[in-house]
Design a protein around this ligand. Structure first.
Ligand SMILES: [Fe+2]
Length: 311
């Protein structure tokens, strides 16, 4: 039955663009979100429309502090024991991790961080999928995909699930303001594995509001809480700071677990993240592209069919 949430998203998008600026910040307990999504269609539909107006939900207590710490520790240890790689998602590649040192502005934005990539087709040895599946399934339902939508997709299907852990090392990690395409699972999952005030003194996640000002989200998000928003809303991460020296081998800094549904890199015309500066040059072009309304593209990709039979 929950597949009908798809109509709430699509009816809005028939006449509107995706949101690009933050409207409001709201808080909800994970248990309340779950109950609402599973049992209350009218309140959930209203929530979807609010997300599409640029509201961001802080979902409290998705993971316990212990679970969040465990995931962070497992992944950091993996990063210390396995060499970095830079695989392209054009086949069933292994999980991997890589470092980006910035200064190589790509598609208008810059990133400094240590990223770890995990895919459903690999064995979940570090427990990253098992830690968040209970939450991701609710988010998939909210997005009209059903609890198992896209889960079994492979790169050849064009759209895949990906978990990315992002470590922003202390006094150096950051990502400049950008927005991400969000056509399939519309809301991103971002679970904090660290906390400002405990692991770093300043910096962290922000979104841009309509006045194009940075709205600091980080102090409202505790370890194990998730942010749930449509990532076409501009966002970035300011450098986490402390009195420590920069050391990429240490786990110090800011950690976030992101779970997306993205185009695999087998797609030739893949739409990439767009910096705020590039967006401002031609907003309408970006907003039109993000709808994927082009018929030839739809025919090639046939994105609905790629998941609908798996619900
Ligand atoms: Fe992003």
């Amino acid at each position: 039955m929950h597949v009908r949430y798809d109509r709430v998203w699509e009816n809005f998008l028939d006449d509107n663009y995706f949101p690009t600026y933050l409207r409001d910040i709201r808080e909800i307990e994970f248990s309340d979100l779950k109950s609402c999504v599973l049992n209350n269609e009218s309140v959930t539909s209203k929530m979807i429309l609010d997300l599409l107006q640029g509201d961001l939900f802080i979902v409290k207590n998705v993971l316990s502090v212990e679970q969040a710490n465990q995931v962070k520790t497992n992944v950091h240890e993996y990063g210390q024991s396995v060499p970095t790689e830079d695989f392209v998602e054009d086949s069933c590649i292994p999980n991997f991790h890589c470092k980006t040192h910035g200064g190589q502005v790509k598609d208008g934005y810059d990133e400094v961080g240590h990223a770890y990539f995990f895919y459903r087709w690999n064995e979940d040895i570090l427990g990253v999928f098992s830690a968040i599946n209970h939450y991701w399934e609710i988010i998939k339902i909210l997005n009209g995909l059903g609890p198992n939508g896209i889960k079994e997709n492979l790169p050849k299907d064009g759209i895949i699930d990906r978990i990315q852990l992002l470590h922003y090392p202390i006094n150096t990690g950051e990502i400049t303001p950008h927005c991400d395409v969000s056509r399939w699972q519309k809301t991103n999952i971002g679970i904090n594995l660290t906390e400002r005030g405990k692991h770093f003194d300043s910096g962290g996640f922000y979104c841009l509001n309509k006045k194009q000002e940075r709205v600091d989200i980080e102090p409202m998000v505790r370890i194990g809480d998730a942010i749930c928003w449509v990532p076409t809303v501009f966002h970035g991460v300011e450098k986490p700071t402390s009195s420590s020296e920069i050391d990429w081998s240490k786990s110090e800094g800011r950690w976030q677990l992101l779970a997306f549904t993205v185009q695999s890199k087998i797609m030739n015309n893949r739409i990439v993240s767009i910096s705020h500066d590039n967006f401002k040059k031609n907003p309408k072009k970006v907003l039109e592209e993000y709808l994927f309304d082009d018929e030839s593209y739809k025919e090639y990709f046939n994105y609905r069919r790629s998941w609908s039979h798996r619900i």
